[in-house]
Design a protein around this ligand. Structure first.
Ligand code: SF4
Length: 431
């Protein structure tokens, strides 16, 4: 395997992300992160990942909030065989640094969603190739990410990114808006011809890397106004000014179950509870998909896998298989409202078994005034960066309760894991 492979940095290193070639040590062994290309894994790649997790891991796989898969519980001695197996199915990059910057999140229904502005997979593919082949870009920070959105039924607007590409209808035809996410939200810079988009994104990323060291620059949102000004100038003569952009997404739609656009079935979406998949569950659905002729799975940051299908019989077989494998298939399942990090014992920083707490919360839903929940093993809040209606943060005093905030906020009250049944009363106004 490549001499660029490196092993196991501690989970506490800030701003650093694991990869396949650069696994990370956690409480239950190494985690090996597999980055799909263009947001999809072929069914045979999915089966290969599942088999690798069975042979070399502890049987658990995470669907992460960057829409990657993570094999858990790997022993360092198994890495050469694991790399060989992943390499055989095209899931290993030539260099660990190239892999690390290939952080491109793609809207999962692109190419099959009749409501989208355009299929953005060619743009994502060119951008991924440029990132992997341009060593100057390997200096991008580990969490620096790109989002590529075709402007259809589903939206990536709520997902964190540094450089954002989104398709719009504009005067003259289809255009891709390019923007950067700053502390003020997304600043759309220009409207570009789709063919010119990936090169513009590369120019922006290159300019970010070249900013003076005096600029705080772990992410775009760390830049001060002068840094943002430099980046605006980089694309000042490309395409047309973006101005105010209308919302192009078809509107709120369900993310799991049968997914239809304009009255036709296009996919089924199956959710991984808290992002957790098992080898058994994943193998079953991948084998069924193979039997039904499904080519690939699309991965989403909201921890739902999409299998493109058009027939109701195929859709129904896949949904039944997913349900039997412990995956979420109903849009109103309370598990979909809860984010929970791996917690103890998988993470050494955790003060509680977060997933067990989350399951108990799911059984109590609906809770008064709560539509989103975040259960975190510590204040780092890995499972969710956006605010949630209810946050439970484990610490030495028990579970800290935060309302409408993040795991880093100061709790207003505490509840012991054994007293969780008191939560509805605590949450009631005046409770
Ligand atoms: S938030 Fe959870 S996974 Fe992240 S460091 Fe804390 S305990 Fe570990």
């Amino acid at each position: 395997m490549s001499s660029s492979a490196a092993i196991a940095e501690p989970a506490s290193v800030k701003g650093w992300c694991p990869g396949a070639l650069r696994p990370m040590q956690t409480g239950d062994g190494l985690i090996v992160r597999v980055r799909p290309r263009c947001g999809a894994l072929s069914v045979s790649q999915m089966l290969a990942v599942s088999e690798v997790a069975r042979r070399h891991g502890n049987g658990l796989i995470d669907l992460t909030r960057r829409a990657n898969l993570q094999i858990r519980g790997v022993d360092a001695r198994d890495l050469p065989s694991l790399w060989a197996a992943l390499s055989e199915c095209g899931l290993i990059d030539a260099h660990a640094d190239a892999e690390a910057v290939r952080n491109v999140m793609v809207i999962p229904l692109t190419g099959i969603d009749a409501t989208e502005v355009c299929d953005v997979r060619p743009i994502a593919a060119r951008l991924e190739a440029a990132l992997a082949e341009t060593p100057a870009l390997w200096a991008l920070p580990g969490k620096f990410g790109f989002v590529v959105d075709g402007g259809g039924l589903l939206s990536l607007d709520g997902e964190r990114a540094d450089i954002r590409l989104k398709a719009f209808h504009a005067e003259g035809g289809i255009r891709i808006a390019i923007g950067i996410d700053t502390t003020q939200g997304t600043q759309w810079l220009r409207l570009l011809d789709p063919e010119a988009t990936h090169a513009a994104a590369v120019r922006l990323a290159t300019a970010f890397v070249a900013l003076p060291k005096s600029q705080p620059r772990a992410r775009m949102r760390d830049l001060d106004p002068s840094g943002v000004g430099v980046l605006r100038e980089v694309l000042a003569r490309c395409g047309a000014p973006a101005g105010d952009l209308p919302s192009v997404n078809a509107g709120a739609c369900k993310r799991v179950g049968l997914i239809e656009t304009r009255g036709s079935i296009v996919a089924v979406g199956v959710g991984a509870p808290f992002g957790r998949l098992t080898v058994r569950g994943l193998t079953r659905i991948a084998e069924t998909a193979a039997e039904l002729g499904v080519a690939a799975f699309r991965l989403s940051p909201w921890r739902v896998l999409y299998a493109p299908v058009t027939g109701s019989r195929e859709a129904s077989i896949l949904l039944d298989t997913a349900r039997a494998g412990g995956l979420v298939t109903a849009a109103d399942d309370p598990l979909l409202a809860i984010d929970a990090c791996p917690g103890a014992p998988a993470c050494r920083s955790a003060s509680a078994d977060t997933r067990a707490v989350a399951l108990r919360i799911a059984a109590m839903m609906p809770l008064p005034g709560v539509t989103s929940v975040h259960v975190s093993g510590c204040a780092k809040g890995c499972a969710r960066s956006r605010a949630a209606d209810l946050v439970l943060v484990a610490g030495p005093k028990g579970l800290g309760i935060v309302r409408n905030g993040s795991a880093a906020a100061s709790p207003n009250a505490f509840v012991a894991p054994d007293d969780l049944h008191d939560l509805p009363a605590i949450l009631r106004p005046g409770g």
